[in-house]
Design a binder for this molecule. Structure first.
Ligand code: NAD
Length: 342
């Protein structure tokens, strides 16, 4: 029996953090990571994350680590990796992320999120060792869900962005493969993940870059939005617990929310972010934040609130995310200060 785990999107924000945890935990003999290192955002950040993983792996005498650059939309590449490594667990995090980008660039979502995911499913089907497929879905599948908190029992048939439609499609495809080929599959709906070395296309990171340059920041829906911000360590803890416990239902298929369960208004979020940026000395104490805040209408594809119901996660894995927003943003601000030598 192989003791290998294959993680796609390993140079990404969540993938890199998960890999660091798994290498340290030595649960698997080998962690194999793949990523196409695309330039959706600054590639040097992805290279930095890989360097951190390389260093951690060198210091650790447990799990071996191997990185291969390639695209999950390339069927030959995916098949070869599976044949070579015979993974016992697969965590599919590679995807084109971002709601707004999907409005202007739909093709890349179909390629990575639909074709890429299909290739991963097909490879899982032919992988004898496979014990569990865990894959990233998203809170965006809830669209304009009126009922809060969002439960995995709610109907999610009305996506408001192509990104959301691809994530919902992943859940449907996984269900089909689980049912037809008895592949244990768990989909995880992540809620607005943030943290150190995160994604520069997300609000907390983008706002920080803009404020530092003296540009204005746009706060959508005039600030009347709430997001269930979830610290990356909580997401990684959730994934690593889920990995260990493939579903035993018939078909072996489950979906969970992983979110903080405490939505925060965008204006309050910006307020905490600015306090932490001052505290970390990224911005000066006398920075005129008010002069740089622009309240603007809602954007297409956006939703007014996200709010995770995490009862199922608590029941099945004895875990609920609990990092307070201020603490998580403090880690981000401190990392930003060091990384960009401010
Ligand atoms: N960060 C969040 O708030 C959030 C919320 C909900 C869901 N998700 C999902 O979680 C997963 C990880 O998100 P993240 O925030 O770490 O994003 P990320 O963009 O930092 O990571 C994704 C990684 O996948 C790689 N990738 C993309 N397409 C690929 C392809 N075709 N082949 C190989 N590699 C490819 C990218 O280069 C990137 O390094 C994604 O599936 C995303 O949709 C993230």
């Amino acid at each position: 029996m192989s003791k290998n785990i294959l993680i796609t999107g390993v140079a990404g924000f969540i993938g890199a953090n998960l890999t660091l945890k798994l290498i340290a935990a030595s649960k698997f003999e080998k962690v194999i990571g793949i990523d196409n290192l695309n330039d959706y955002y600054d590639v040097s950040l992805k290279e930095y994350r890989l360097k951190v993983i390389d260093e951690a792996a060198r210091k650790n005498f447990g799990a071996a680590w191997n990185f291969q650059r390639g695209d999950i939309a390339d069927k030959n590449f995916v098949d070869e990796i599976f044949a070579e490594t015979q993974p016992e667990v697969v965590v599919n995090l590679a995807a084109q992320a971002g709601v707004r980008y999907s409005i202007e660039n739909p093709a890349t979502y179909i390629e990575s999120n639909i074709l890429g995911f299909f290739n991963v499913l097909e490879a899982c089907r032919h992988c004898e060792n496979l014990r569990h497929l865990v894959y990233a879905s998203s809170s965006s599948v809830y669209g304009n869900n009126k009922k809060i908190p969002f439960s995995t029992d709610d109907r999610v048939d009305n996506p408001v962005s192509l990104y959301a439609a691809t994530k919902k499609s992943n859940e449907l495809l996984a269900h089909c493969y689980s049912k037809l080929y008895n592949i244990p599959a768990t989909g995880l709906r992540f809620f607005t993940v943030y943290g150190a070395a995160g994604r520069p296309d997300m609000a907390y990171f983008k706002f920080t870059n803009k404020l530092l340059r003296g540009d204005d920041i746009q706060i959508f829906n005039y600030g009347n939005c709430e997001r269930d911000f979830t610290y990356v360590d909580d997401i990684v803890e959730g994934i690593s617990r889920v990995i260990d416990k493939p579903p035993t239902s018939e078909p072996p298929y489950k979906i969970y929310n992983i979110g903080n369960g405490h939505p925060v208004n965008l204006l309050e979020f910006v307020d905490i972010l600015q306090q932490e940026l001052i505290r970390a000395e990224v911005l000066p104490a006398d920075y005129d934040f008010e002069a740089h805040k622009k309240l603007v209408p809602m954007q297409p594809g956006d939703v007014p609130i996200t709010f995770a119901d995490t009862k199922d996660l608590e029941r099945d894995f004895d875990f609920r995310p609990n990092t307070p927003l201020r603490e998580g943003l403090r880690h981000f601000a401190q990392w930003y200060k060091t990384f960009y030598h401010i």
